[in-house]
Design a protein. Sequence first.
Lengths: 358, 527, 374
Amino acid sequence: MSEYINESNRTLLDRVKGKLKEFGLPRLIITAFLLLMFIIAPFTGANFWTQITNVINRFSWNAVLVLAMVPMVHSGCGLNFGLPVGIIAGLLGATLSIEWGFTGPMSFVMAILIATPFALVFGLAYGWLLNKIKGGEMMIATYVGFSVVSFFCMMWLVLPYKKPDMAWGFEGTGLRTTFPIDKYYGGVLANFLRIQIGRLVIPTGALLFFALLALAMWAFLHTKTGTAMTAVGSNATFARAAGINVDRIRMLSVVMSTWLAAVGILVYEQGFGFVQLYNAPFYMALPAVSAILIGGASANKASITNVIIGTILFQGMVTMTPTVMNGLINLDISEVLRVIVSNGMILYALTRKSEAVR
Amino acid sequence: MSNQAPLLEMKNIKKSFFGNQVLEDINLTLGEGEVLGLVGENGAGKSTLMKLLFGMTEIRDTGGYEGDVLINGEKVSFNSPFDALAAGIGMVHQEFSLIPGFTATENILLNREPQRKSVASEIFGDRLDTLDRKEMDRRAEDAIEKMGVHIEGDMVISDMPVGHKQFTEIARELSKEQLRLLILDEPTAVLTEREAQALLDSIRGMSKRGIAVIFITHRLQEILDVCDKIVVMRDGVLIKDVPAAETSIPEITRWMVGRNVSGAGNAHREPPETPTVMSIRRLWVDMPGETVRDVNLEVRQGEILGIGGLAGQGKLGIPNGIMGLYPAGGTVTLDGQEIPLNNPRKCLDCQLAFVSEHRRGVGLLMDESLEWNVAFPAMQVHDRFLKPLLGGLIKWRDEKAIREVTDRYIEELQIKCTSTKQKAKELSGGNQQKVCLAKAFALEPKFLFVSEPTRGIDVGAKALVMEALEKLNRESGITIVMISSELEELRQICDRIAIVSGGRIAGILPATEPSEAFGELMVSSVV
Amino acid sequence: MNENKPSASKRALNFLGNNAVPIMFIIIIAICIPIAGFSPTFLLNEIVTRLSRNAFLILSLLIPIMAGMGLNFGMTLGAMAAEIALILTSDWQIWGIPGIVLAMIMSIPISALLGLICGRILNAAKGREMITSYIISFFMNGVYQLVVLYMMGSIIPIVHTNIKLPRGYGVRASVDLTRIRKCLDNVWSINIAGVKVPLLTLLIIALMCLVIVWFRRTKLGQDMRAVGQDMDVARAAGIDVEGTRIISIVISTVLAGIGMVIYLQNMGDMATYSSHSQIGMFCIAALLVGGASVDRASIGNVFLGVILFHTMFILAPSAGAVIAGNEVIGEYFRVFVSYGVITVALVMYETKKRRAKAGMGAQLAAAQQEGDKR
C-alpha cells in the first residue's frame, strides 16, 4: 500500500516536472511576469478592469493574425515570416472595398470578399515558391514578405485610387499612409453585442468572429485533409509513403495562412480604427510569430490553445508593461522590453535542437 | 622496441551493445607489413571490431569493451580516433571524408598543413601562420608516390571520379609519417576493375614498406590475391584465421554463411506453383547506397519471396523504388496491370503496402499517437475511419473507429504500450516495428513488401513479427516480399529467396537450398 | 563518359545564369542613366563617395560566407558597437582623426563581445544561421536601445546636452558628427577631372582587401573554408569547428564595426536609433548585386556590387520622377530592388542545393540504355 502511494507520488511529481519542462522556461518567465504585472497594477493607480479591457481588446485585434500561423506550422512550412503577403491581400481588399463605395458593416464583408481572390493568387504563388525551396522556408519567407510589401509601396502610389478619404487630395496621386475608417468598418465587430459592465468592456463581436475562425480551424484539423496536413508537418516522408501529395498539402496550408492573414489585418484595422499602408506591414509578422511561440508552439507543432494563450500573454505584456512601468518608476521601457522579449522568444525556438530537423 | 612482439595483438575482445553481444572472444595478431583480409556477412562484427581498434567514440559511449589491444606488445586504450592516429593506425572509411571544394593536396594534408610563421602569427597565435603551399605539394606528392597510384594533386575533389576520391583518402593516411597499420573498409566497392587492380598493387607496395594492412571487402578474389592471411567472422565470432595460400573462395564462403543447422530451411511446405502476381521488368532505382540496376523478377501469387544480399548491393532499393520513394524506371505489373512508378499513391491504390526498413524516418510519425500511426495510411488511401458529415462534403475523423482498430492490432501483435494515445517515439524498437506492421495490415493489402522487419529488435519481438507475417500469408493468402540481410531469417519463413548482388538479381533459389549456395550468389558480382 | 565538354552556347548560357543579377542591374542602370540625366562628373563623384563609404562594411561579410555561415545579417551588431563608440567619443569631445581612431579602437571590444554571443547562438542553430542571425540583429537592437535610451546618461556618464535627451538620460535621436565629418576622406584627397578621390579611405579599403587575401592563405582561413564546406569532415580531421565558426563571426562583427565608423565619418551625422538597422540589408543586397551567392563571394563581387547597387540608388529617385512623375516612387523602387535581389539570391541558392541532389537517376537510365546497345 505504502509502495503504491510512493509510486503515485513520484509520478505526480514527475508529471508536474514534465509539464513544466514542456512549458519551457521562457514561457514560465513571461507568464510569471504578466501575473506580477496584474498584481502590481492596482498599486500603481491603474484600474484593474481597464487593464483587463485593454488586454481583451488587443487580443481581439491580433488573435486572427496569430491564428494565421497555424496551418503553415502544421504542414511543416515553419513559422510564417511571410505573413505580410497575406496582409497585402487584406489591404487590397480594404482599399478596394472603400474605393467602390461600400460603407458600414457591408464594407467589412466586401473587404473580405475582395481580399479572398488576392489571397488565393498570392498564396498559390507564395506556396509554389516555398515548395521549390523546402528547408529554407523561413529566411525566404521573410524576404518574400519584404519584397511584396516594398512592391506595394510603389503600387499604393501608382494605383488610381480616387476616394478622398484615402487618397492624397491635392494631387490625386496615391493613397495616404494612414487613414481612419470610422465611416467604414471601424469597430464593426467590436461594437456588435458589445458588453459593458462598469469599466470592463468586452468586444463580443470581435471575440465571436475569432472564435468562429478558430472553430473552423479546429474542425479542419479533424478532417481527412487536416489530418494529412498535420502528418506532413510531423514527418513529410511518412506522409509521402502513405500516398499524400506533400506539395499540394503544403500549398493548401500556405493559401490558408495567407487568407487568414488577409482577414486578420482587416480585423486588426476594425479594432484599431485605421488602415495603415506603405511600410506598416513590414514587421507585422514578428509579433505574430513570437506570440504563437510564447503560447507554447514550436516550429512544427501548434494548436488553437497555443494561439489563445500566446496572444493573451503577448498582448498582455504589451499593454500592461507601459502602464505599470510608468506608474512604478516613471520610466517607460515597455517598447524595448517588447522587442527583446519577442525576438528572444523566436531565438529560443530557433536554437532548440529538438525542433531543428525537418 | 622489442622486435619480438607483433605490431598488433587483440586478446579476448568482447563487446556488447545494450546487452546484445556483438563480439565474442576475438583473438588476432598482425605483424609488420602483413596484409590481413577480414571477411564476413554484414553484421558479423567486422565494423565494430575496426571501430574499436580505431578508438571511435561510439564504442566508449556504449560502455567500452572487454579484452586488450596491444601495439608492439604494449597495452593501449584509445579514447578517440586521434589517439589511434598518434599510435600509427590509419583508417579509410566507406563514406568519403573529404572536403568537396578542396584539391587532393589540400585534402591529403587537411589540418596537418605545413606552415610558415609570420609577424601576425607571432602576435595572434599559430592559426595565423600562412600555409606553405610548396611544402604541401611536396608532401602530397610523396604520399601519392608512396601509394603508387597516380592522382592529380591540384584536382578539386568534386571534379574527381569516385575512384580518385578513394585514392585521395588512402594518400591522406599514407602522408602520416607515423602510419604503421592501415585499415581499408571496402575500398574497392567504388573502384573500376583497373583501379581496384592498382589498389591491390598499392597494398602490396605498402606491405613491402612495412605497413600492415587490414583489408575488408566482399570481393573474395581480391582477398586471395593480396592478403597474407584471412580472418573470417560470423555473428561476432572469429570463425577462421588461415593463411591465404591454404584456402579457396568456396571454403571462405562456407565459413561466412555456414550455420550449424545445415539446410533446415523452410520445410513446412512446397513452394506454391501459382501464377505470377507481380512481374518486375528492367527496374532501376536511384536509392543512394542501394542502387538497383536492371532487375527482372516474378513474384508468385500467395508466396513469401525473400530478397537477400549484402548491404549496399541494392536489395533495399527494389521495394523503395517500386513504392515510389526513390526515383525509379522500368515496368512493374500487378495482376497484369501496370503500376505507375514514382507515385506512392498509385501503388497504395493498387492495394500494395510497404513496411519500410527506415522505421523512424519513413515508417512512423514519431511525435504522434499510436492511433494516428496505425490508421493514417488507411484513412488517406481507402477513406476508412472517417465519418461523412453534411452529406459527404466533410470527411470527419472517426476517433472511435481509429481507437478500435488500434486496440485490435495492439492485442493481435502484442504491442506493449500504455494506451492507444501514447506517442510512437516512446515505444521500444520492437514495438515500433509492430506498429509499422499494424499500419500496413490496416491497409488490408493484397501484396506486402516488408523491408528488414527484424533489424535492431530483440529476439522475442523478432519471433512475433515473423509469426505475424507468416500468419498473414497463410491465413489471408497475402503475397509477401520480405527483404532482409539475415539469410537464416529468410530461410525460416520464405518459400523462395532471390539474392541481389551488384544491383542485379544474382539468382533465385528455393529456401531449402543450403546456405552456401546463397553465400556464393551473394558475392558473385559484388560492386 | 565525362569527356564531352559543354558547348560554347551552353557555357554562355551558364555564364548568363550564374551572373543573372549583375547583368540585370547593368541593364536597369543603362536604361536609367539617360532618363535621370545626371552629368558624368556628378555620377562619378557620387559613385566614388559611396564606394569609399560602403566598401569596408561589405568586406566584413566575406569571412562568414567563407566559413559556410551564409550572409551575416548579424553585421548590424558591429554597426551598433561603432555607434556606441561614436556616441562616447563625441561626448568626450574627441574629434578629427583622433576621434575616428579612438572610436574604431573602442568599437573593437564591444563588437568582439557581441560577435562572440552571436557566434555561440549560431552554433546552436546550425543550418539556420541566416534566419537566426537576422533575428539576433532584431534582438540586439532591443538591447542596444536599452543601453542607449535608458542607461546612457543614467549609468554610463553622458555630459553634453546636445547629445543627451532633455529628460536627463538617453541619447537624442540624432548625434551630430560634423566635427569628424570626412576627416578621413579629406586626408590625401585629390581631384581628378572634377572627381574627388579620398585616397586615404580607399587605401584603407585596399589594405583590407590585401588582409583578406592574406587571410585566405593562413591556417585559420584554410580551416574556415574546410568548416564551411563540410563540418563533419573538418571535425573528423581535428579542426575545432565551433571555435572556428565563432571566430569568423567575431572577425566579421569587428570589421563591420570599423566599417561603420568609416561610414558615419563620411555621413557626418548619425541617426542613433535607425542608422544600423538598414545597413545590414543594403550591404547584403550590394554584395549580392555584385554576383555573390550565399556560399560564394569574392572581393570582386564587393566592388562590382557597390558600384552597381549604388549607381542604381543614385539614379532611381530621378528616374522615378521622370517616369512616374514622383520622386518617392524611385525611393520605394530601390528598396524593392534591394529586397528583391536578396530574395532572388536566396531562392537561387536553395534551388541549386536541391538540384545538386537530383540527377543521378537519369545517369542510371542512360547506363541501362547503353547496356542495351552493347
